[in-house]
Write a protein that binds this ligand. Structure first.
Ligand code: 89Y
Length: 344
């Protein structure tokens, strides 16, 4: 079968990992990259042996025979590039978070649907190996019926050094990290019935909120307490890990630092480390992401090839996007937001 050809839009910090992830897979090739600064596009093209570099996205679409556009630009340009790729009839993969506003996310869904192209969001946290393992334990029934879950992404890691644009976002913690965290909760427990959220800005040098505490009631009855903080100096810095505790009526599952999972039942506790494969294109900053980037790309590719179903389609991810913006609404109004009455 012919390789699927992917055009990359955006050659910033994250593109090296996304491209590295693609090149681990069979059946794909990357003929060209675009970045508004040509030198950046050329540097990435050289690093990964990609034939062409552009500083004009439309020129890439006009000149190159590609099937898919993978958008890895800053969030405020996701809508513009999604519309452009859709207009050229290309399938679209957009890096999370889908958009910088709820309205933009709605338009992106519409423009891809009307153009008849496939639309996916690269949301990889749910593909991190430790979450897959936690889900398998949950589904095995080992801890019975889950009733509560606490997840925490609490860090003081200097994210702004490698991702300076995050400091300028009006909406930071919930769009950047809440997107991941809410998606993991949906992966584990299904859809949410309601959400309540409090946000704080602890770091005075940034524009948006850097702390968010959310309480979600899932439709299956599980209550989730979800914590995000970029201003938490803790005894052990575990960035970029998410820690978790799920309590069920017959036991519990705890995910501790370094991907150690303890499953406790009336029989006692069993423990296991989940191993993280490493790749030559990753840096020390990444631990669970590389295997999840590859798994997410693979899952999307199977869908494009008609060989499987993607988990993170645009419409599926829209449910995560809704939770993010419902959380902001809740934080603004001090109210519990019922998801069924939140605009779709
Ligand atoms: O941008 C973020 C992401 O997607 O994962 C971690 C991060 O770098 C900071 O939250």
């Amino acid at each position: 079968m012919k390789n699927k050809k992917i055009g990359i839009f955006g050659c910033g910090f994250w593109s090296q990992f996304q491209i590295g992830g693609w090149l681990e897979l069979e059946g794909v090739e990357i003929p060209a990259v675009y970045n508004r600064t040509l030198a950046k596009a050329e540097a990435i093209a050289e690093k990964f042996n990609i034939p062409k570099a552009y500083d004009n996205a439309e020129d890439l679409l006009k000149n190159e025979d590609i099937d898919i556009v993978d958008i890895i630009t800053n969030v405020e340009t996701h809508e513009e590039f999604t519309a452009l790729a859709a207009c050229y009839g290309k399938d679209v993969i957009c890096q999370k978070p889908m958009a910088d506003s709820f309205e933009a996310a709605k338009r992106m869904k519409k423009v891809t649907r009307e153009a008849g192209v496939k639309y996916y969001v690269h949301e990889n946290y749910r593909w991190q190996p430790q979450f897959r393992r936690v889900k398998a334990i949950l589904d095995s029934g080992a801890i019975g019926k889950p009733f509560r879950c606490k997840t925490g992404f609490n860090t003081a890691f200097p994210v702004f050094e490698t991702q300076p644009f995050l400091a300028e976002l009006d909406h930071f913690a919930l769009t950047d990290q809440g997107s991941h965290q809410f998606d993991v909760l949906r992966f584990l427990f299904g859809e949410a019935e309601s959400i309540y959220c409090e946000t704080q800005t602890v770091n005075p040098t940034i524009q948006g909120e850097d702390v968010a505490t959310s309480l979600l009631k899932m439709k299956n009855g599980v209550i989730c307490v979800q914590e995000i903080s970029f201003s938490s100096l803790l005894e052990k810095e575990v960035f970029p890990q998410t820690l978790l505790l799920i309590e069920g009526d017959k036991g519990s599952i705890r995910l501790d630092p370094d991907f150690y999972i303890s499953t406790s039942t009336s029989e006692g506790t069993t423990g296991e480390f989940v191993s993280m494969p490493k790749y030559p294109w990753q840096t020390d900053r990444l631990i669970p992401e590389p295997p999840s980037i590859i798994a997410c790309n693979h899952n999307i590719l199977q869908d494009i090839l008609g060989k499987g179903k993607a988990e993170t389609t645009g419409s599926d991810n829209f449910e995560t996007v809704k939770l993010v913006w419902a959380a902001y609404r809740s934080a603004e109004n001090g109210a519990v937001i019922k998801m069924e009455s939140f605009d779709s």
